[in-house]
Ligand binder design. Structure first.
Ligand code: PMV
Length: 329
């Protein structure tokens, strides 16, 4: 049995950062809800093939066999799927990230969503989208959101068993673009999981991050309901700057930003001062993603492309949810 699935990456406009206690169940429950846009560019295609005689799982990522921590994380995720399917067979996983080479944008969001979809189908399970989002979340919090296209909400939930922590699509008349500005290369120094854990344990700002988060989500949802790009952009920037403030105030502190990130942020402010609606967000890396109206995207991309140190700019729009590309015996 095999199945191939594709999932697009997504970028959080209101960030997920930090985990809540799940009583040691390893359910990967977020400390806060989040709201994202699934992109029409960048993603992961993954094939999962079951094997009768293999002695373990295997992983080939972008043409290279992987072992160690990467394989262990995939194998632990496959254990969850085997548990659901009441199966014991091992699987070979072949995955290709569809992102500019060395851009550092390869995201666990598209990777674990594509893996969740391909693996469940290969093991003969058909989960509905809500259940798929819950499963993908256990691989990576942001992966839950790639289940759906367009604007997506991931509920924080309250329950210890994670039953109410799922993603759902949000309807809106708003169309928008995210200009992805590459501000560095190479693997990130502090991964999102260890970064958010360290910030949560040591930053005195972390409780304020959690406390003020629900209001940001409400504001972003109201902005989508009103198709108000300016309101959405303003709350998006506020959320990202608060998230990064927990890294500056961690002990020891750490920084995802480079001087180029700051140059790009200054250019976004200059665009705004000049009357162009443009707002920035950053994740666990140096890259800047700029939210703007479709009609402004070319101008915003050209302005950011001129910033010294920027080595690539891509314009992305709303993309579709995860899908199965093929399956068979
Ligand atoms: O899904 P993870 O565990 O890689 O965490 C993602 C964290 C951020 O990208 C910084 C924010 C988000 O909501 O995607």
């Amino acid at each position: 049995m095999f199945a191939t699935a594709y999932a697009h990456t997504n970028i959080a406009l209101v960030k997920y950062w930090g985990k809540r206690d799940d009583g040691g169940r390893s359910l990967n429950l977020p400390a806060v809800g989040s709201l994202s846009l699934t992109l029409d560019r960048f993603g992961t295609e993954t094939t999962v093939e079951l094997s009768q005689d293999a002695q373990g799982d295997s992983l080939v990522l972008d043409g290279t066999p992987r072992a160690g921590a990467e394989l262990a994380r995939v194998s632990a995720f496959l254990d969850r799927v085997r548990g659901l399917a009441k199966e014991r067979r091992y699987a070979s996983v072949t995955s290709r990230n569809d992102v500019p080479t060395a851009a550092g944008l390869a995201s666990s969001a598209s990777a674990f969503c594509a893996l969740a979809l391909a693996a469940t189908r290969a093991f003969g399970l058909t989960l509905d989208d809500r259940e798929l989002s819950k499963l993908a979340r256990q691989g990576s919090g942001s992966a839950a959101r790639s289940t759906y296209g367009g604007f997506v909400l991931l509920h924080r939930g309250e329950r210890d068993d994670g039953a109410d922590c799922f993603a759902e699509p949000l309807q809106t008349a708003l169309d928008a673009r995210l200009v992805v500005v590459r501000c560095g290369s190479g693997p990130k120094e502090v991964g999102s999981t260890s970064g958010m854990g360290h910030a949560q344990r040591t930053s005195p700002y972390f409780p304020a991050w959690v406390e003020t988060h629900a209001r940001d989500l409400d504001d972003a949802r109201a902005a989508l309901a009103a198709a108000d790009l300016e309101k959405l952009g303003e709350v998006m920037e506020h959320s990202t700057l608060k998230m990064h403030a927990t890294t500056f105030s961690a002990r020891p502190a750490f920084f995802y930003w480079t001087p180029t990130t700051l140059e790009a942020l200054a250019r976004v402010r200059a665009l705004r001062a000049g009357g162009t609606g443009a707002w920035a967000t950053m994740d666990a890396g140096p890259h800047v993603k700029v939210l703007c109206a479709p009609a402004d995207a070319a101008r915003v991309a050209a302005a950011l492309g001129e910033v010294p140190g920027v080595f690539g700019v891509d314009v992305a729009g709303p993309g579709p949810g995860a899908r199965v590309l093929g399956s068979g015996a």
